[in-house]
Design a protein around this ligand. Structure first.
Ligand code: GLU
Length: 261
């Protein structure tokens, strides 16, 4: 029997907080209950926000919590060519197109409707570029991202995103294409992550369908809130695992506080 594969996939753009601890512990508990495997993946494709010391801190904080994961750990910034290969496949099937618009230009020509993140839908300026012109602009080095052509995808669930950017300008890749590529390459069968990412799941399923990849089972857990009821954020240092640890909390305290004992 193939063992189920779970993964915890933090982005190293801040210190892990209680919400991450909950997600990681939940993945570990579900993997263990299913006699499955647990992977750790570092999602550092956003080069403007990722920092090596946060990667180191992820390893330290998770080990301190008592978690174990398989080695080697996949680090997304080492695999841009895998994401580029899938982007090329999607472009060949006309499911995506390169977008050369600056943020400002995209906003100026945006539609009145908005996506689940509250951003206005892209107006489609670059959707009508001829393949020849698009190729010419790419080979001359014009900065571009990649957008899904939702007018062709005809996907009822993902259409709330409009022509979503699945790979960003200035970086080789971005979250949506990278997460879908890696979950498939790593044989992930169960994606357990916070409810904040749930709206993106139809987009991930659409990319899996287009690329002929298996769709894992998705489970989105409730978010851990601070004592003030607000969503935790990496910018609030007080709930970081490091801060709690230096205030004297033990891993046992954290696990109990999050309901794992
Ligand atoms: N890297 C994402 C984050 O830290 C999570 C991605 C996922 O679990 O699919 O928010």
């Amino acid at each position: 029997m193939n063992r189920p594969v779970f993964r915890f996939a933090p982005s190293p753009n801040g210190y892990l907080h209680l919400g991450h601890a909950y997600s990681a512990l939940l993945n570990a508990a579900m993997a263990s209950a299913a006699q499955g495997r647990l992977l750790l993946r570092i999602e550092d494709t956003d080069e403007s926000r990722s920092r090596p010391h946060f990667v180191q801190a992820i390893f330290e904080d998770l080990a301190w919590l008592g978690l174990a994961w398989e080695e080697p750990v996949r680090v997304q910034s080492e695999h841009f060519s895998d994401y580029e290969a899938n982007l090329a496949r999607l472009w060949r099937m006309d499911a995506i197109y390169p977008c050369f618009c600056s943020r400002k230009k995209a906003l100026a020509h945006a539609l009145a409707s908005r996506d689940p993140d509250g951003q206005p839908h892209y107006g489609g300026t670059c959707r009508t570029l001829s393949p020849g012109e698009a190729e010419q602009r790419i080979s001359r080095g014009d900065v571009h991202g990649w957008r899904i052509d939702m007018t062709r995808a005809a996907d009822a669930e993902a259409t709330v995103w409009g022509d979503a950017m699945i790979a960003k300008r200035h970086v080789g890749s971005s979250y949506h294409i990278a997460v879908v590529t890696d979950d498939a390459l790593q044989g992930v069968t169960h994606v357990v992550r916070g409810m904040d990412i749930e709206p993106a799941t139809p987009l991930h399923r659409l990319l899996q369908r287009l690329l002929g990849l298996p769709t894992p089972q998705y489970f989105h857990h409730a978010l851990i809130r601070g004592d003030d009821g607000k969503k935790l954020s990496k910018s609030i240092a007080s709930t970081s695992l490091r801060a709690l640890r230096s205030d004297g909390a033990t891993a046992e305290d954290i696990r109990r506080r999050l309901g794992f004992n």
